[in-house]
Design a protein around this ligand. Sequence first.
Ligand code: KG4
Ligand code: ZN
Length: 341
Amino acid sequence: MKVLGIETSCDETGVAVYDTTLAGAAGLRAHGLYSQIALHAEYGGVVPELASRDHVRKLLPLIRQTLAEADLSIDDLDGVAYTAGPGLVGALLVGAGVARSLAWALDLPAIGVHHMEGHLLAPLMEDDPPKPPFVALLVSGGHTQLVAVEAIGQYRLLGETLDDAAGEAFDKTAKLMGLPYPGGPQLAALAEQGTAGTYKFSRPLTNRPGLDFSFSGLKTQVMLAWKKSDQSDATRADIARGFEDAVVDTLTIKCERALEEAGCDTLIVAGGVGANKRLRAQLQAMATKRGGRACFPRPALCTDNGAMIAYAGALRLQAGQHDDAAVRVAPRWDMASLPAV
Ligand code: KG4
Ligand code: ZN
């Protein structure tokens, strides 16, 4: 089954074709991404109306381009998957409207995909995918969650952030030290030049039981340290390193605890912060020490993309699930309410 995937929940237009007859990474026939970063940079964050308008401009050309790269015509498709939530309502409606129209015109089944399920399943698109049960760490700009995955589509929330998401903490911390939007990847790059231990920030909520996170206090600690400092480039890098180490340690401690609690040794990691090198290395080391493994998508599939939507949609369409023809989106949507596949 060849499924077209469309992602427009925030500031990236993503399109991909996933072919379920080809195993693992080979199934991803093509994927294209158009990032709106430059458009939003001057505002220091995503402007929802501008995001929607840009998806309108970019989506159809990107679909044509991606199909051409996959060497497929629109008539070769067997299904359409699109992000139906959570996300910005206007942005979601652009993808849903185009996907629904295509499905209607081509008489194909179509399904609205949960964006976070897309992220969660992305590691399974790579070669040698793990089989459930496993624990998933979802770390993006909007979410930080630990989820027990009993089976595809059966998700039990183990813990989540009580305030800022990990990616949001990266972005806000970067911003307060003067880095341009979106600061997460730039802060991570800067941390590479910093010296570990020069600045030591807390590992929030790790000294008590539980699997919830809190990252907003960390941002305040950084702000105070930055204000008191000489604000030189070297200091900025040292603070970035201290902040990154605090977030990575905190996530690692909680992941190990979650594996312990769920009684399993396989961790899958997804979402934009999953592209972070130090996080990948530390989680892999922790899982290996336990005799298990940590599985990640390639960095390009950690951040928002159409491939994860094509893949998640393909699994559900293949199982005979699809939605009716209404253009429906869900800006807020609990992943635990999804049906099993
Ligand atoms: O999953 P994603 O692309 O979008 C959402 O659904 O939120 O995640 C974007 C988030 C941003 O906060 C970005 O700063 C963060 O992921 N991010 C990183 C890195 N690359 C992206 N954070 C830390 N280190 C990175 N290398
Ligand atoms: Zn995302």
